[in-house]
Write a protein that binds this ligand. Structure first.
Ligand code: ATP
Length: 275
């Protein structure tokens, strides 16, 4: 499980996160909704340790993580260990892998080479890596068909699939997805949503950052709304979808359609955060 507590992140004078707390339980999909500049990418960067590459600084708060079968560290705390001071490579070795906003695939490399790059730092044996690759290609058959093509020739949706496939090559226990629906046609967005559910079905937790609330709330069990660096609303995804705040700001018409593949049947109450 991932536990973020009272996280404050700054870029120089800009306070991007102002005391954010949230959890991602083992084997779950958790969505973070928010409009431009709300702090969604900053949250994922802080978790993956990449905030420093953007001149970001964690000023307060903690990020802790513990996943079954992963190496434990000295500073364990209730089964969780602090990860907020780790560099990105160590965070990956703990099982947390980020698929960044804008995909960031290597356009000049082939699809196969991109996938190999994703598994490069894995300490897994050759045969385990081959199994992982097979699983990724089963999940994204298009990547098997296009293996020898330059990644830049793929469509936007295919590039998103490559970015997700590349992240999965590191066999994460927690996958951080930054706006996978960005710029994609509705049909492709639905497909991405289905794939997120399949990834979760294979035992990987997903923290999904999205502006597309419709897809995110459909696949997530639990969700948070981030507004200018603060969590303003949290709760089971199906219940969040019914709130005026989410319907007005993120869903618009068609909110009724969210039956919540994953969210149905949850009975917890929403938490409103003030201050
Ligand atoms: P978007 O959906 O547009 O990517 P977001 O919710 O992911 O938005 P962030 O990118 O985390 O939001 O940005 C949060 C705040 O931090 C914004 O005010 C943004 O301008 C600022 N910010 C982000 N990156 C940097 C940076 N490298 N240097 C300075 N300010 C930054």
């Amino acid at each position: 499980m991932l536990k973020v507590e009272n996280l404050v992140v700054r870029y120089g004078a800009v306070e991007a996160l102002k005391g954010v707390s949230l959890e991602v339980p083992d084997n779950s999909v958790v969505a973070v909704l928010g409009s431009n500049g709300a702090g969604k990418s900053t949250l994922l960067r802080a978790i993956s340790g990449t905030h420093r590459l953007h001149r970001g600084r964690i000023e307060e708060g903690t990020i802790s993580y513990g996943a079954a079968g992963r190496e434990a560290s000295q500073d364990r705390n209730g089964g969780l260990s602090r990860i907020d001071k780790l560099d990105p490579a160590k965070t990956v070795s703990r099982g947390i892998v980020q698929s960044p906003e804008g995909r960031r695939i290597f356009g000049r490399l082939t699809v196969d080479e991109n996938l190999r790059a994703g598994g490069m730092n894995s300490s897994a044996s050759k045969s385990t890596r081959a199994e992982t690759r097979d699983r990724v290609l089963t999940l994204f058959p298009i990547l098997a068909q296009r293996g020898s093509q330059r990644a830049s020739l793929l469509s936007g949706g295919e590039q998103q699939m490559l970015a997700m496939g590349r992240a999965l090559m590191a066999s994460p226990s927690l996958l951080l997805l930054d706006e996978p629906s960005l710029g994609l046609a509705p049909q492709i967005v639905e497909q991405i949503g289905e794939i997120v559910l399949e990834i979760n079905g294979m035992g990987t937790s997903v923290l999904l950052v999205e502006q597309n609330a419709s897809m995110a709330l459909r696949v997530a069990q639990y969700a948070h709304v981030l507004e200018v660096g603060k969590v303003s609303l949290s709760g089971p995804a199906a219940e969040l979808a019914k709130t005026d705040q989410v319907r007005d700001l993120y869903l618009g018409h068609g909110a009724e359609e969210i039956s919540g593949t994953a969210a149905v049947g949850r009975s917890q109450h929403l938490t409103r955060w003030t201050g």
